[in-house]
Design a protein around this ligand. Structure first.
Ligand SMILES: *Cc1c(COP(=O)(O)O)cnc(C)c1O
Length: 362
């Protein structure tokens, strides 16, 4: 695919090209991200931690005063804290302004114009956008109706970058360990495993990064750790690999407030995080049972949200919004059709959501 728009011949034409004529075609085709309208009483759209901010991060932010100097170049102290948390070495960790940035930089470091990126379909919507923005081609590999991935088809794609997401957003299930190992063993490209929701699942692939230097596990502090507003994500991989991602990322992209607050929270608030994860899992199982009680069929979830295939999801979501509850609705997804994704938060919020859903489908 040709990414560059034909440059108007300014020598013959009197005017310079407009911004719209100059912009790369791949960039012009990217839609702006638009989750939902304004503020809403119960917002269950973005899978953040609805119990709040970790106390150590709150303390650091309150006490922070000086921002006249740059942050550390590559967030070394934060990487040390994250290496301790993951049980890896510090040279096997790279940070970024959200895991979005780590994903974008990994794609950019390892693939270029015309290369292929394979991703589960449906999966995290930002990844095909980052791929296209970096002039890659993409192939979506359909999940099974139960939410499982077809490891062979990922291998057969021959993609230079294979993106896996476990637990997968929006379907919620973690990939089988054997399927992930199969992809890592038999593929030849970079394998990115997005573990934004790993804290809610009983498994991780971080250990695979010591077995293959083509595996990058990407994590975030935006979900279980409750710091989405700080924009801190990270990747774990072989030192040779993460160094390339860090090169593509550049210095100073984690700001100094975020670096200090995140470092404090990772060191001091792991128990805070684990307690809320346990609560989220308990509430999730309660909500799934309530949904089955009214003959709905949510997919098995290993994350802090529930994926519910349901006809007319967008209309239903709009009626829920009128009742003060926002959920993420999808129309005509491959495999699942219409569906909604409901973030799991404290039980009273879920009771309101369930009531709104029941009224909306009545
Ligand atoms: C939320 C989410 C992210 C983005 O996390 P940030 O660190 O906030 O950029 C990445 N991957 C998946 C699958 C997500 O759901």
């Amino acid at each position: 695919m040709n990414d560059t728009t034909t440059m108007p011949n300014t020598a013959r034409e009197s005017r310079a090209p407009s911004a719209l004529e100059l912009v790369r075609a791949n960039c012009r085709a990217i839609p702006l991200y638009a989750p939902h309208g304004g503020p809403v009483e119960v917002d269950l759209t973005d899978n953040t931690n609805l119990w709040g901010t970790p106390p150590a991060a709150e303390r650091v932010i309150r006490e922070f005063s000086s921002v006249s100097r740059y942050p550390t170049t590559y967030a070394f102290e934060l990487k040390e804290a994250l290496a301790g948390y993951l049980g890896t070495t510090v040279d096997g960790v790279v940070t970024g302004c959200g895991s979005d940035q780590v994903l974008d930089c990994a794609i950019r470091a390892f693939a270029g114009a015309g290369d292929l990126l394979a991703h589960p379909n449906p999966s995290f919507v930002m990844v095909p956008l980052f791929a296209r923005l970096n002039a890659l081609e993409t192939i979506g590999i359909p999940l099974s109706p139960e939410g499982d991935m077809d490891a062979d088809r990922f291998v057969e794609s021959g993609a230079r970058v294979i993106f896996l997401c476990s637990p997968n957003n929006p379907t919620g299930g973690a990939a089988a360990r054997a399927a992930i190992e199969h992809v890592v063993e038999h593929s030849r490209g970079l394998v990115i495993i997005d573990e934004a929701y790993a804290e809610f699942a009983a498994m991780t692939s971080v250990d695979l990064t010591t077995r293959s230097d083509r595996v990058l596990v990407v994590r975030t502090l935006s979900k279980a750790f409750g710091m989405a507003g700080l924009r801190v994500g990270y990747g774990a991989g072989a030192p040779d690999l993460v160094q390339q991602v860090e090169r593509a990322r550049g210095p100073y992209t984690v700001n100094s407030i975020a670096e200090r607050a995140a470092t404090a929270a990772v060191i001091e608030d792991e128990k805070w995080m684990r307690d809320h994860v346990a609560e989220a899992i308990a509430v999730r199982e309660w909500l799934a049972a309530e949904l089955r009680e009214i003959s709905l069929v949510p997919l098995r979830s290993d994350a802090n949200f529930i994926f519910l295939p349901i006809d007319g999801a967008c209309d239903i979501a709009r009626r829920m919004l009128e009742r003060g509850v926002a959920v993420r609705a999808f129309a005509g997804l491959p495999v699942y059709g219409d569906a909604m994704r409901i973030t799991v938060g404290p039980r009273p919020m879920m009771e309101r959501a369930l009531e709104a859903l029941k009224e909306a489908i009545a």
